[in-house]
Design a protein around this ligand. Structure first.
Ligand code: BDR
Ligand code: CA
Length: 314
């Protein structure tokens, strides 16, 4: 058995971020979570830093290092999404306040230090929220960019349009300048846009399989998803809401579930109307450099089988 892959999870939990973290914790043979770095996004930083620790405690993983990072985007005012995730970001279940400590180091410093100290190409960045921490790290320490194995992100949308504005997906919209730094950096990127996450609906039969696991983390997750879904069911008129962030971890575990193509992706940073739009050259109509593997298709049943199988191990 190969050594587990070293990852840093950069996140703004969020119920679907929590599901992604749980998927990683359920996969210790494949993934070694070096640290969880939090960022302001779905809710302000104080909540995302609290929520990340709640998820660790829920999964009995109090050994995990959690670092607080940027409390606002690089050049804009913070936009949050309490209308989707509730006031705390993890609304739904009754959850205990965390008792495990937050690390004193800033997320950005942890990311820089880890990439410098681990062997070149050993660390994968998994981003589940706005790209502020990564943008700042790349800006402050460009020497770390070639040391990253790859960056797998949930963000963007092209054929599906946006979910916070008609043009933009939330994670990119919150901090387009950070996203722009990342997409221009040359780091190998795998992008999970709304085009793929909208195919992963938390249908009743899937949530029931999760509930049937009967464990405390699984039940808490079901209660989170039931809260989180309400908004999406109303918005999309679907059976269940899209489960965005676990795609990032699922890709590391089973890339064969996903299909996409390598394209040029640029971020709109100037226009007010389309700020944060991910402009994907899917048809290769320009000669701009292909800088991201853009995922568009997924084996949805295979994805939920994986999720439930790994939740069962927590
Ligand atoms: C993304 O935005 C957040 O609301 C979710 O956690 C996910 O990361 C989806 O657009
Ligand atoms: Ca998120």
């Amino acid at each position: 058995m190969a050594n587990p892959r070293k990852i840093i999870i950069d996140t703004d939990p969020g119920q679907d971020d929590a599901a992604a973290i749980m998927l990683a914790f359920g996969s210790p043979e494949e993934l070694d979570v070096l640290g969880i770095t939090t960022v302001a996004g779905n809710v302000p930083l104080s909540y995302t830093s609290r929520n990340a620790r709640i998820v660790c405690e829920l999964c009995g993983r109090t050994d995990t290092k959690v670092f607080a990072g940027a409390d606002k985007p690089i050049a804009r005012k913070l936009v949050t999404a309490e209308h989707v995730h509730g006031k705390t970001g993890l609304d739904g279940p009754v959850l205990d306040e965390p008792t495990m400590p937050l690390q004193t180091q800033h997320s950005v410093d942890f990311i820089v230090e880890t990439l410098r100290s681990e062997p070149e190409g050993a660390v994968t960045l998994c981003t589940l929220g706005p790209l502020t921490n990564i943008g700042l790290a790349f800006q402050q320490a460009p020497d770390i960019i070639p040391r990253v194995h790859e960056l797998v992100m949930m963000g963007g949308g092209f054929f599906e349009g946006g979910n916070i504005t008609p043009a933009a997906e939330f994670n990119i919209y919150v901090d387009p300048e950070a996203a722009d730094i990342v997409f221009r950096s040359g780091v190998p990127i795998v992008m999970m846009p709304l085009d793929v996450t909208h195919k992963l609906l938390t249908r009743k039969d899937r949530v029931k399989r999760m509930a049937d696991l009967g464990t405390r983390p699984a039940i808490a997750m079901v209660e989170m998803l039931e809260f989180f879904e309400r908004f999406d069911v109303e918005k999309y008129g679907s059976d269940g809401g899209p489960l965005h962030d676990p795609t990032v971890i699922a890709y590391l575990l089973k890339p064969e579930l996903f299909k996409g193509r390598t394209c040029n992706v640029e971020i709109e940073v100037k226009s007010e109307l389309t700020a944060g739009m991910t402009v994907v050259d899917w048809w290769h109509v320009t000669h701009r450099k292909r800088n991201a593997q853009v995922i568009r298709d997924v084996d949805a049943d295979g994805f939920f089988d994986l999720l439930i199988e790994r939740f069962a191990r927590i």
